[in-house]
Ligand binder design. Structure first.
Ligand code: HMG
Ligand code: MG
Length: 313
């Protein structure tokens, strides 16, 4: 069955310059709850020093109106995050790591192996409370610091997460640079080892390839897609990453394939408009000229970076 995981309240708002007040976040989540999405990633129980934008996770979880059938999830980086998530009555927690050691150091201040050690007690504890656990594998195609990421390393990390007990893995194109051929090559190998119903795909849309990558994954039998209403999002520790693929575009693309997605576009648009007053346009930084992410980009002309972003559109 098709599942749209709306990550706007977490992935979207974690990278906003402006801190959106809790009351607006609560209205945002409540409107999303009425849209028909299967799951909403509401916030993250991370350090407020690292992501001040989501320091109000407890308040948001306490005040949202939960709709039957919708799963309300949150990121947790460690056992402290899990304790907070349990107290906030989340339905599902997500641990998050990356294939790129550099990205992991910058994002969660540990190595990839260190993250797995941290996650073991988190997964055990979450299951003990009856919670489902997702594992994110970031930089599954490209990394802003390390460039192209080998598929074997991605597959090893996905398998490692299943070994420690996660229920689902979200394979993430953190900087939104994968081509559909790269997505196909990874899925060819990954799905030979892991059933497609345990894999979600998480595309950022930096180069405008999010929708085609969703459709490519769909053609491989993937049915769980992360997306962010209005294309909000980005990771504060992944320079150059812009928002997630827009939920609206994913819904329309999947419907064009005959899927009954069951998500109300008008409700999504209503939810997105609630944030208008708080979001600052054109605030994102792009990778530094000549960085590995730029060097391998087909839009790069020698040492001239691809900015502005709309050159590709
Ligand atoms: P650290 O500095 O190594 O950890 O951070 P620490 O144990 O030394 O703690 C530092 C401070 O954080 C201490 O507070 C702790 O108490 C506190 P202080 O003494 O300085 O006041 N702390 C916490 N506070 C609240 N909740 C907690 C918690 N843990 C420690 N759970 C840590 C390590 C993992 C905590 C930090 O690096 C962190 O919070 N990182 C989160 C970064 C983040 O959220 N990034 C964005 C999400 S990932 C993403 O966007 C990618 C994704 O979308 C997929 C994709 O697109 O690729 C998922
Ligand atoms: Mg993301």
């Amino acid at each position: 069955m098709l599942k749209i995981v709306e990550v706007g309240p977490r992935d979207g708002l974690q990278d906003e310059t402006a801190v959106v007040p809790p009351v607006a976040k609560i209205a945002f989540v409540d409107t999303l709850s009425l849209s028909g999405v299967s799951e909403i990633e509401v916030s993250a129980f991370v350090s407020r020093r690292w992501v001040p934008q989501l320091a109000d996770a407890e308040e948001v979880f306490r005040k949202i109106s939960r709709k039957n059938g919708v799963v309300y999830s949150a990121l947790v980086p460690n056992e402290r995050g899990l304790d907070r998530a349990i107290a906030a009555r989340v339905n599902k927690v997500s641990v998050f790591t990356a294939v790129s050691e550099t990205f992991n150091r910058k994002n969660i201040n540990t190595s990839t192996a260190g993250s797995i050690r941290r996650f073991r007690p988190v997964v055990r504890g979450a299951h003990g409370e009856g919670l489902t656990v997702r594992g994110y594998v970031s930089t599954a195609f490209w990394c802003a610091f390390e460039g192209e990421i080998p598929s074997e390393a991605v597959i090893r990390l996905v398998e490692k997460l299943f070994d420690i007990g996660v229920d689902e893995v979200s394979v993430s194109d953190t900087i939104g640079k994968a081509s559909r051929e790269e997505v196909g090559r990874l899925l060819d190998r990954l799905l030979a080892r892991i059933p497609s119903d345990r894999i979600a795909m998480h595309f950022h849309d930096t180069y405008g390839r999010g929708v085609e990558n969703v459709l490519m994954s769909w053609s491989y039998g993937i049915r769980i897609f992360d997306a962010s209403v209005g294309g909000l999002g980005g990771c504060p520790y992944a320079p150059g990453a812009t928002g997630n693929v827009a939920t609206e575009s994913v819904v329309k693309a999947l419907e064009s394939k005959g899927e009954e997605v069951g998500v109300d576009l008008e409700k999504l648009s209503q939810a997105r408009r609630l944030l208008d007053a708080f979001l600052v346009d054109d605030r994102r930084t792009l990778p530094e000229d000549g960085s590995p992410a730029c060097a391998a980009c087909e839009f790069s002309k020698g040492d001239v970076c691809c900015r502005p972003r709309n050159v590709h559109e």
